[in-house]
Write a protein that binds this ligand. Structure first.
Ligand SMILES: C[S@@+](CC[C@H](N)C(=O)[O-])C[C@H]1O[C@@H](n2cnc3c(N)ncnc32)[C@H](O)[C@@H]1O
Length: 235
C-alpha cells in the first residue's frame, strides 16, 4: 500500500500543474461546462461575486493565492494590488493577463507567511483559497491575513458553495463539508486536495476573530463571500 499523500504538498503541486487550464473552471469550458442552464446560473452568480469583491477594493491591497489573476483584475479597477501566489506557473499566467497600465505587482509567497510589514495595506483579499486551508490552520491563517492590514482596513474572501455542478464532471463534491477531494487534470494526472465548504456561521466566526462588521453573502448555488473591517492589532 502506498503512503497517504501529503495533501497540502499535493495541493501546491496540483495548482502548479493546472495553471494553464485553470480558467476553464471559471469560464465553464471543457470538463467544467455543464450545459447552458447551469452555466448561465454560474455566470450570473459570478457577476454578483465580482460586485461584492469590487466594492471592497481601494488603496493598497494584498492578494493571497491570486492564481491566474481573475480577482486581481477586478480589484485593480480600484486599487493598487500586490498579488501573491505560491505557484510560479500561476504567476506567469497572471502576468500575461494583467491589463496594460494596471497597478499590479506580483510576488511568490506562501499564504501562511506574507512578505509585507504589519498594517502596511488597506486590504487583504483571498479568492477560493480558504477552502483549501486545513481547518486546524484556518484561525492562524486569518490572523496572518489581518496582520498586514491597517486597523479600519478590509478583509475580503470569496469561495465555493457545495454544488454538484461547481467543478469538473468527474469531480465529486457531495459528502462531508470537509473533504479530501481527488482532482484530475485534462491529461488525467491525479492529485489530492483539501476542500472545505465553509458555512456563513464559520465565516462569521473566523473573520470575527480579527474583524468587526463582518458581512457574509451567498449566491443561490455556487458562491459564498465574506468581508469585514479589521479591528486593530491582530488578536
Ligand atoms: C483555487 S486557486 C484560486 C486562485 C484565484 N484566487 C482565483 O480565485 O481564481 C488556489 C490558488 O492557491 C495557490 N496556492 C496553493 N497553495 C498555496 C500556498 N501554500 N501559498 C500560496 N498560494 C498557494 C495555488 O497556486 C492557486 O493559485
Amino acid at each position: 500500500m502506498s503512503d497517504p499523500p501529503d495533501v497540502e504538498a499535493d495541493t501546491r503541486a496540483y495548482y502548479r500543474a493546472r495553471a494553464s487550464e485553470y480558467e476553464q473552471w471559471l469560464r465553464r469550458q471543457g470538463r467544467y461546462a455543464h450545459g447552458p442552464d447551469d452555466d448561465d446560473d454560474w455566470r450570473g452568480e459570478l457577476r454578483t461575486l465580482s460586485q461584492f469583491a469590487g466594492a471592497a477594493a481601494g488603496g493598497r491591497v494584498f492578494e493571497i493565492a491570486s492564481g491566474t489573476g481573475w480577482w486581481t483584475r477586478v480589484l485593480a479597477r480600484g486599487a493598487r494590488v500586490i498579488a501573491s501566489d505560491y505557484a510560479p506557473e500561476m504567476l506567469a499566467e497572471a502576468r500575461r493577463r494583467d491589463p496594460a497600465g494596471a497597478q499590479v505587482q506580483r510576488c511568490r509567497c506562501d499564504a501562511y507567511r506574507l512578505p509585507v510589514r504589519s498594517a502596511s495595506c488597506d486590504g487583504c483579499v483571498f479568492g477560493f483559497w480558504l477552502s483549501h486551508v486545513p481547518v486546524p490552520r484556518a484561525a492562524a491563517f486569518v490572523r496572518e491575513a489581518a496582520r498586514v492590514v491597517r486597523p479600519g482596513g478590509r478583509i475580503l474572501l470569496l469561495d465555493s458553495r457545495q454544488d454538484p455542478q461547481s467543478g469538473a464532471h468527474d469531480q465529486r463534491t457531495a459528502g462531508p463539508r470537509v473533504q479530501r477531494q481527488l482532482r484530475r487534470l485534462n491529461d488525467g494526472r491525479e492529485f489530492h486536495i483539501w476542500k472545505i465548504y465553509w458555512t456563513p456561521a464559520d465565516l462569521h466566526f473566523l473573520l470575527g476573530l480579527v474583524c468587526r462588521q463582518v458581512e457574509v453573502i451567498q449566491t443561490p448555488r455556487f458562491f459564498i463571500g465574506a468581508r469585514g473591517i479589521v479591528a486593530g492589532a491582530a488578536r
